[in-house]
Design a binder for this molecule. Structure first.
Ligand code: HEM
Length: 151
């Protein structure tokens, strides 16, 4: 089990965004560390992705996710121009996301934030936001609940 934080402590504003605090190079480094951690430690989660001929997450996908994070953290909106509205639940519909898969995703992101030295207020904020979205993307109910969560 990973700890899913819900409190953020710091509230960003248009003049003080996570994008401005981190800068684009660090966000790109975070994305690289994220997929490297996923490939090294979370084989099941890695296999849900379309992999290249070497079994690795393709460059193209790393770049798309970086573009998304840059936009989502308050930076330039290139992702919207390239991909349109994120519609994350729809785009994850083909991936069965249960609690174990959600936790594997959050663990990979926590490892990546550790590796890139993201800490302090921005870390608290990101821990909470990533946990929130990962939880929202669950589309497979726990075995005893009898229903698929809608949302
Ligand atoms: C909860 C567990 C998650 C799993 C299992 C998962 C898995 C995946 C997979 C398999 C893809 C498709 C990659 C491909 O084309 O092969 C994808 C796309 C994507 N995911 Fe996730 N993901 C998760 C959580 C998240 C979270 C929390 C975010 C955002 C903070 C996110 C953002 C994205 C984005 C932006 C895309 C690309 C959408 C596009 O096509 O433009 N994912 N994810």
């Amino acid at each position: 089990m990973v700890t899913l934080r819900t409190d953020t402590g710091w509230v960003p504003s248009p003049e003080d965004t996570p994008y401005l605090r981190l800068g684009e190079p660090k966000i790109r480094a975070l994305v690289e560390a994220f997929y490297d951690a996923m490939q090294a430690h979370e084989p099941e989660l890695t296999r849900t992705h379309r992999l290249d001929e070497h079994g690795h997450i393709p460059r193209e996908f790393r770049d798309t996710f970086a573009l998304f994070l840059i936009f989502w953290l308050g930076g330039p909106q290139g992702y919207l121009e390239a991909r349109g509205h994120p519609r994350l639940r729809m785009r994850h519909a083909r991936v069965p996301v249960d609690e174990a898969m959600r936790d594997a995703w959050v663990r990979s992101m926590q490892r990546a934030m550790d590796a890139t030295g993201i800490d302090g207020e921005v870390r608290g904020y990101l821990d909470a936001r990533f946990a929130d979205v990962a939880n929202f993307l669950r589309n497979v109910a726990p075995p005893d609940s009898g229903a698929v969560k809608k949302g």
